[in-house]
Ligand binder design. Sequence first.
Ligand SMILES: C[S@@+](CC[C@H](N)C(=O)[O-])C[C@H]1O[C@@H](n2cnc3c(N)ncnc32)[C@H](O)[C@@H]1O
Length: 176
Amino acid sequence: MIQIDQYFMGYGQAEQERLQRRAEMLASDAQGLFDRIGVFPGARVVEIGCGPRGCLDLLAERVGQRGSVTGFERNEEAVRLARQFVAERKLVNVDVVHADGRVTGLPKGAWDFATARFVLVNVPHPEQIIAEMAALVRPGGTVALYEVDWAGCLLRSATACLEPACRSTSSLCGDE
Ligand SMILES: C[S@@+](CC[C@H](N)C(=O)[O-])C[C@H]1O[C@@H](n2cnc3c(N)ncnc32)[C@H](O)[C@@H]1O
């Protein structure tokens, strides 16, 4: 089977703007998750696949001036937009690196948190990114992933005739 390692929504302007809008919409959700994993002032954080914005601003605010946030993004245009966003917001503790998050080249075991949102769902070998994230964090550090659970939401029926199909899919996925 051929596995295409490309972001299937593409990198056009409309998609980049959609990602920026969605980041805004998901901000309070993301804040809640960062509360739960305990991102603390002074922490060193890596965000893999940050796109044109991701969670860079939220993380920057949390870690403060003593901390640092490094975004990794493999698409040049998304990197340009992320850097523009960082400059406009004057996020002095954020760096955006144009590189593949599977091989960041960063020192291993030196980071407190490694995060990614809606990245694994788009790549054929998510385990490669997870392995890099796990290697980057120090012992006791945190790898935090925010992803879609397609198995749980592929089929939800509004019509009675589809109910049996939904039930059998849900049970296959372990929902029941
Ligand atoms: C759906 S976008 C999500 C962007 C951002 N995380 C957010 O939540 O708004 C997925 C991003 O992951 C990036 N990406 C996918 N694989 C990557 C990799 N191996 N290294 C760096 N970036 C990657 C894509 O280029 C794309 O910008």
